[in-house]
Design a binder for this molecule. Structure first.
Ligand code: BEZ
Length: 211
Protein backbone atom coordinates (compact mmCIF):
# COMPACT_ATOMS: atom_id res chain seq x y z
CA UNK A 1 0.00 0.00 0.00
CA UNK A 2 1.33 3.43 -0.79
CA UNK A 3 2.29 5.93 1.88
CA UNK A 4 -0.10 8.70 2.86
CA UNK A 5 0.13 11.94 4.82
CA UNK A 6 0.28 11.27 8.54
CA UNK A 7 1.89 7.84 8.12
CA UNK A 8 5.20 7.19 9.87
CA UNK A 9 8.05 7.50 7.35
CA UNK A 10 9.36 3.92 7.09
CA UNK A 11 12.85 3.48 8.46
CA UNK A 12 15.64 1.86 6.42
CA UNK A 13 19.38 1.48 6.25
CA UNK A 14 21.15 2.41 3.02
CA UNK A 15 24.52 3.09 1.44
CA UNK A 16 24.92 6.75 0.55
CA UNK A 17 27.63 9.01 -0.82
CA UNK A 18 28.30 10.00 2.82
CA UNK A 19 28.43 6.44 4.20
CA UNK A 20 25.87 3.97 5.52
CA UNK A 21 22.88 5.54 7.25
CA UNK A 22 19.92 4.52 9.37
CA UNK A 23 17.26 6.92 8.07
CA UNK A 24 15.58 7.73 11.40
CA UNK A 25 18.96 8.25 13.09
CA UNK A 26 20.00 10.48 10.21
CA UNK A 27 16.86 12.61 10.67
CA UNK A 28 17.42 12.92 14.43
CA UNK A 29 14.95 15.30 16.11
CA UNK A 30 14.55 17.62 13.14
CA UNK A 31 12.70 17.76 9.84
CA UNK A 32 13.74 15.88 6.71
CA UNK A 33 13.29 15.98 2.96
CA UNK A 34 13.80 12.84 0.88
CA UNK A 35 13.72 13.35 -2.90
CA UNK A 36 14.21 10.80 -5.65
CA UNK A 37 15.86 11.09 -9.07
CA UNK A 38 15.18 8.80 -12.04
CA UNK A 39 18.84 8.00 -12.78
CA UNK A 40 22.45 9.20 -12.58
CA UNK A 41 24.04 11.18 -15.42
CA UNK A 42 20.72 12.64 -16.59
CA UNK A 43 20.37 16.33 -17.40
CA UNK A 44 17.37 17.45 -15.33
CA UNK A 45 18.56 15.54 -12.25
CA UNK A 46 21.97 17.16 -12.59
CA UNK A 47 20.41 20.63 -12.40
CA UNK A 48 18.14 19.62 -9.52
CA UNK A 49 20.96 18.25 -7.37
CA UNK A 50 23.07 21.34 -8.04
CA UNK A 51 20.17 23.64 -7.16
CA UNK A 52 19.48 21.70 -3.97
CA UNK A 53 23.17 21.96 -2.96
CA UNK A 54 23.13 25.74 -3.41
CA UNK A 55 20.03 26.00 -1.20
CA UNK A 56 21.33 23.78 1.62
CA UNK A 57 21.87 26.82 3.87
CA UNK A 58 18.14 27.61 3.57
CA UNK A 59 17.18 24.04 4.48
CA UNK A 60 19.65 24.14 7.41
CA UNK A 61 18.05 27.38 8.70
CA UNK A 62 14.75 25.52 8.85
CA UNK A 63 16.35 22.50 10.57
CA UNK A 64 15.61 20.25 7.56
CA UNK A 65 18.05 17.45 6.68
CA UNK A 66 18.27 16.81 2.92
CA UNK A 67 18.76 13.39 1.36
CA UNK A 68 18.46 12.39 -2.30
CA UNK A 69 18.01 8.96 -3.89
CA UNK A 70 18.84 7.48 -7.25
CA UNK A 71 18.60 3.84 -8.30
CA UNK A 72 22.22 3.63 -9.48
CA UNK A 73 25.21 2.36 -7.48
CA UNK A 74 27.65 4.18 -5.23
CA UNK A 75 30.55 4.35 -7.73
CA UNK A 76 28.22 5.79 -10.35
CA UNK A 77 26.93 8.37 -7.82
CA UNK A 78 30.49 9.42 -6.94
CA UNK A 79 31.42 10.04 -10.57
CA UNK A 80 28.17 11.87 -11.20
CA UNK A 81 28.67 14.11 -8.13
CA UNK A 82 31.95 15.29 -9.73
CA UNK A 83 30.01 16.23 -12.86
CA UNK A 84 27.32 18.01 -10.83
CA UNK A 85 29.94 20.01 -8.94
CA UNK A 86 31.68 20.92 -12.18
CA UNK A 87 28.65 21.81 -14.31
CA UNK A 88 26.50 23.45 -11.62
CA UNK A 89 29.39 25.34 -9.95
CA UNK A 90 28.63 23.95 -6.52
CA UNK A 91 29.56 21.15 -4.12
CA UNK A 92 26.98 18.49 -3.38
CA UNK A 93 26.70 18.76 0.39
CA UNK A 94 24.08 16.16 1.37
CA UNK A 95 23.95 12.36 0.93
CA UNK A 96 22.61 10.57 -2.13
CA UNK A 97 21.25 7.07 -1.48
CA UNK A 98 22.53 4.33 -3.81
CA UNK A 99 19.33 2.34 -4.24
CA UNK A 100 20.48 -0.20 -6.79
CA UNK A 101 18.26 -2.95 -5.35
CA UNK A 102 15.23 -0.59 -5.22
CA UNK A 103 14.77 -1.33 -1.52
CA UNK A 104 14.05 2.27 -0.55
CA UNK A 105 12.29 3.29 -3.75
CA UNK A 106 9.86 0.39 -3.38
CA UNK A 107 9.35 1.13 0.33
CA UNK A 108 8.38 4.70 -0.60
CA UNK A 109 6.50 3.74 -3.81
CA UNK A 110 8.81 5.87 -5.94
CA UNK A 111 8.68 3.59 -8.98
CA UNK A 112 5.49 4.04 -10.98
CA UNK A 113 5.63 1.20 -13.53
CA UNK A 114 3.18 2.82 -15.95
CA UNK A 115 5.55 5.80 -16.16
CA UNK A 116 8.81 3.82 -16.12
CA UNK A 117 9.44 0.23 -15.05
CA UNK A 118 12.84 0.68 -13.45
CA UNK A 119 13.49 4.37 -12.75
CA UNK A 120 11.89 6.40 -9.98
CA UNK A 121 9.63 9.34 -10.63
CA UNK A 122 10.56 12.63 -8.93
CA UNK A 123 9.08 11.99 -5.47
CA UNK A 124 9.39 14.37 -2.55
CA UNK A 125 8.63 13.41 1.05
CA UNK A 126 8.79 16.00 3.82
CA UNK A 127 8.98 14.42 7.25
CA UNK A 128 8.34 16.13 10.58
CA UNK A 129 10.29 15.76 13.83
CA UNK A 130 7.70 13.14 14.88
CA UNK A 131 8.78 11.06 11.81
CA UNK A 132 5.32 11.48 10.27
CA UNK A 133 4.99 12.30 6.58
CA UNK A 134 3.81 15.90 6.25
CA UNK A 135 3.88 16.28 2.48
CA UNK A 136 4.18 14.13 -0.64
CA UNK A 137 4.72 15.55 -4.13
CA UNK A 138 5.22 13.55 -7.33
CA UNK A 139 6.63 15.03 -10.54
CA UNK A 140 7.32 13.17 -13.77
CA UNK A 141 10.90 12.60 -14.91
CA UNK A 142 10.58 15.28 -17.57
CA UNK A 143 9.83 18.13 -15.14
CA UNK A 144 12.47 19.45 -12.76
CA UNK A 145 11.24 20.50 -9.33
CA UNK A 146 11.17 24.03 -7.94
CA UNK A 147 13.27 23.92 -4.75
CA UNK A 148 12.16 27.41 -3.75
CA UNK A 149 8.62 26.04 -3.71
CA UNK A 150 9.78 23.24 -1.40
CA UNK A 151 11.21 25.85 0.99
CA UNK A 152 7.92 27.79 0.82
CA UNK A 153 5.99 24.64 1.67
CA UNK A 154 8.32 23.91 4.60
CA UNK A 155 7.68 27.44 5.92
CA UNK A 156 3.96 26.72 5.79
CA UNK A 157 4.30 23.28 7.40
CA UNK A 158 6.46 24.60 10.23
CA UNK A 159 4.13 27.55 10.86
CA UNK A 160 0.91 25.55 10.80
CA UNK A 161 2.43 22.87 13.07
CA UNK A 162 2.70 25.48 15.84
CA UNK A 163 -0.22 27.89 15.34
CA UNK A 164 -3.93 27.42 14.58
CA UNK A 165 -3.56 28.89 11.11
CA UNK A 166 -3.44 27.80 7.49
CA UNK A 167 -1.68 29.48 4.58
CA UNK A 168 -3.67 30.76 1.59
CA UNK A 169 -2.94 30.30 -2.11
CA UNK A 170 0.52 31.48 -3.17
CA UNK A 171 1.35 32.49 0.43
CA UNK A 172 4.95 33.39 1.16
CA UNK A 173 6.78 33.85 4.47
CA UNK A 174 5.78 37.25 5.93
CA UNK A 175 2.30 37.45 4.42
CA UNK A 176 -1.03 37.26 6.23
CA UNK A 177 -2.38 33.81 7.07
CA UNK A 178 -5.83 32.32 7.51
CA UNK A 179 -7.23 31.60 10.99
CA UNK A 180 -8.23 27.93 11.33
CA UNK A 181 -12.01 27.40 11.15
CA UNK A 182 -11.96 25.61 14.55
CA UNK A 183 -10.99 28.88 16.30
CA UNK A 184 -14.04 30.82 17.56
CA UNK A 185 -14.22 34.61 17.24
CA UNK A 186 -14.02 34.80 21.07
CA UNK A 187 -10.66 33.00 21.05
CA UNK A 188 -9.09 35.23 18.41
CA UNK A 189 -7.86 38.16 20.56
CA UNK A 190 -5.87 35.94 22.92
CA UNK A 191 -4.50 33.67 20.17
CA UNK A 192 -3.81 36.38 17.59
CA UNK A 193 -2.94 39.60 19.45
CA UNK A 194 -1.69 41.25 16.23
CA UNK A 195 -5.35 41.61 15.18
CA UNK A 196 -7.46 40.08 12.45
CA UNK A 197 -9.77 40.82 9.54
CA UNK A 198 -13.08 39.08 8.99
CA UNK A 199 -13.74 38.99 5.25
CA UNK A 200 -16.49 36.37 5.69
CA UNK A 201 -17.36 34.48 8.88
CA UNK A 202 -15.38 31.52 7.47
CA UNK A 203 -12.53 33.62 6.01
CA UNK A 204 -10.57 35.40 8.72
CA UNK A 205 -6.97 36.52 8.30
CA UNK A 206 -4.24 37.62 10.69
CA UNK A 207 -0.63 38.72 10.35
CA UNK A 208 1.82 35.81 10.39
CA UNK A 209 2.06 35.06 14.13
CA UNK A 210 5.67 33.88 14.41
CA UNK A 211 7.51 36.93 13.05
C1 BEZ B 1 16.64 13.91 -16.54
O1 BEZ B 1 16.97 13.95 -15.36
O2 BEZ B 1 17.05 14.74 -17.33
C2 BEZ B 1 15.69 12.87 -17.05
C3 BEZ B 1 15.66 11.63 -16.46
C4 BEZ B 1 14.81 10.67 -16.96
C5 BEZ B 1 13.97 10.98 -18.03
C6 BEZ B 1 13.98 12.24 -18.59
C7 BEZ B 1 14.87 13.21 -18.09
Amino acid sequence: MSLRLGDTAPNFTAETTEGKIDFHEFLGDGWGILFSHPADYTPVCTTELGTAAKLKGEFDKRNVKMIALSVDGLESHKGWVNDINETQSTTVNYPIIADEDHKVSELYDMIHPNANESQTVRSVFIIGPDKKIKLIITYPASTGRNFNELLRVIDSLQLTANYSVATPANWKHGEDVVIAPAITNEEIPSKFPKGHKEIKPYLRTTPQPNI
